[in-house]
Ligand binder design. Structure first.
Ligand code: ZN
Length: 523
């Protein structure tokens, strides 16, 4: 394998990814994704456009309090508008206000887009690009210039596309990122164009930003690096506008394991875990046949294949699954991932060893729960409680005598109203509480909290910050199970718990109880 130069990863899950159909992030979701990406070790996190909506503006306010290990946050916006100087442009002002070390700005690199969409002259566009980049550089920022529609522009008028890059360089751009905005460029055309740019600008870092409309985004990103690009932009699990962006969960292992590039800071062995963490936050499922990270990516079913893999793993596996944090599965007789479980469990019980009977018990129980539909990748609080319970180190803080929920629709004012009553016992004392709510789960949450607050006033600070429901095994419709993920906060910490049942209220109950007990354990 060749050892080549190093490559940096630029993740745009929060910006381009958020353009994907059905994707919507709360501010807390975004903060959680930033944390996941930073833990994984990407170099840049593009976090949104502070000008485009109040949610992104609020995010930039809150993210200032986050201490990142390695990633640089990056605000994203467009060049200044026609006939407005960058210093007078509100969009450009918002970029500076976001207070990130790095700023990505996109400008038009296709003459057609300049004249037909922007309705500016080619010269005006060059000035817009140069002036905006220079203004941001003068304000002390690292500037990544996204050359929008670069490859389409290059095909129609290569000289103009290069002229736009020259304008960005005159302004002082640190990175020239070439965008296949429509996602239709073929790998060979793209390779030639990137090579040309790298030759023309030997003193600039060249980046690549591919979309997957022709199914070539991963291949195109890899070829761009072969041609000299040093920054790869994409979204962590590939979602984004239309057919999505270059899928970093495939690009990264290809670059490192197949092409021999170095990506400083990246913890490749946590690739799968990170992808699942992000998928849970985005409320998406990861297809089981997804390369590298899917559950089936290293699953072997046929007897001969299983036999082959047992004798020599490389006989039917293109890489060692552990290299990307995935695991081999034999579908006939599933082998548990003891090492993965142990890795997480020792954080709670450091004395656990791979061959201790407690570890075996935890692995068994997890297998059982996972086949019931539980997933703990994004529910660390429930995972921690589970380990404590299995180790016999857990004392319940209360016991349930009974709860009851009712709903009513329509009500005279047309709204939904729900009611919950609950009886619990703490140290032999019974407490009864009731509440209304805007749905049965909300009513139950409020009633439970009310009853428990009598004994544990610290729970008054806890509130639910997110609630997600996923229907599992949808093939038998109403009998299907649901998985509920609840995210809670006490203003200082955020934790996530999970519950699975055929009944949505019961699944929510399980996650609610875990959430409050987790708070009680952690004071
Ligand atoms: Zn894009």
């Amino acid at each position: 394998m060749r050892r080549l130069r190093s490559v940096e990863i630029f993740d745009s899950t929060l910006r381009d990814g958020a353009q994907g159909e059905g994707i919507s992030f709360s501010v807390q979701d975004k903060l959680n994704i930033v944390k996941a990406l930073d833990d994984f070790g990407v170099a840049y996190i593009e976090a949104g456009n502070p000008f485009s909506n109040p949610k992104d503006a609020a995010f930039f306010e809150r993210v200032k309090g986050l201490r990142l290990k390695s990633a640089k946050l990056c605000a994203f916006g467009s060049t200044c508008r026609k006939n407005i100087a960058p210093c007078d442009d509100e969009n450009v002002a918002a970029l500076l206000k976001a207070n990130t070390e790095t700023i990505t700005i996109f400008g038009k690199a296709s003459e057609l887009h300049v004249t037909e969409i922007l309705r500016a002259t080619p010269e005006e566009n060059l000035a817009i690009v140069e002036d905006t980049v220079r203004f941001l550089k003068d304000n002390g920022r690292e500037v990544i210039f996204d050359a929008e529609h670069f490859f389409d522009g290059c095909e129609a008028n290569p000289e103009y596309a290069l002229e736009v890059l020259r304008a960005a360089v005159r302004g002082g751009a640190d990175v020239l990122c070439l965008c296949d905005t429509n996602g239709g460029t073929s790998p060979l055309d793209l390779y030639g164009a990137v090579k040309r740019v790298c030759g023309a600008f030997p003193d600039r870092r060249v980046g690549i930003h591919c979309h997957n409309d022709a199914g070539c985004a991963t291949a195109n990103s890899l070829l761009a690096v072969e041609a000299g690009a040093v920054q790869v932009q994409g979204t962590f699990i590939g979602f984004g506008e239309r057919c999505g962006n270059a899928d970093l969960s495939a690009v990264i292992p290809n670059l490192m394991l197949k092409h021999g590039y170095e990506i400083p800071g990246v913890k490749l062995e946590t690739l799968s875990e990170t992808a699942f963490r992000i998928a849970e936050i985005a409320n998406l499922s990861i297809r089981s046949d997804k390369p590298f990270i899917g559950r089936s990516a290293f699953a072997h079913k046929g007897g001969m294949h299983i036999d082959g893999v047992c004798k020599l793993p490389a006989s039917f596996e293109h890489i060692d699954p552990a290299a990307v944090g995935n695991r081999r599965r034999f579908l006939a007789s599933e082998v548990s991932g003891r090492t993965t479980v142990l890795e997480k469990a020792v954080r709670i019980a450091p004395e656990l060893k791979k061959d201790s009977p407690e570890t075996a018990r935890i692995v068994e129980k997890l297998k059982e729960l996972e086949s019931d539909g539980y997933q703990f990748e994004a529910a660390d609080a429930s995972f921690e409680l589970l380990i404590l319970k299995l180790l016999g180190r857990y004392q319940p803080y209360f016991s349930l005598i009974q709860y009851k929920t009712t709903g009513e629709f329509p009500t005279p004012d047309g709204s939904t109203s729900a009611y919950a009553m609950i009886q619990i016992r703490v140290d032999g004392k019974t407490e009864t509480a009731a509440s209304t709510g805007n749905g049965p789960v909300n009513a139950l949450d409020l009633a439970l909290r009310k009853a428990l607050s009598v004994f544990y006033p610290q729970l008054a600070k806890v509130h639910l910050t997110d609630y997600k429901v996923r229907v599992l095994g949808a093939e038998n419709a109403t009998a299907a199970k649901v998985r509920v993920l609840i995210e809670s906060s006490d203003g200082e910490h955020v934790w996530t718990t999970v519950g699975v049942a055929t009944d949505i209220i019961e699944a929510s109950w399980i996650a609610l109880v875990d959430s409050l007990e987790y708070k009680l354990i952690n004071g």
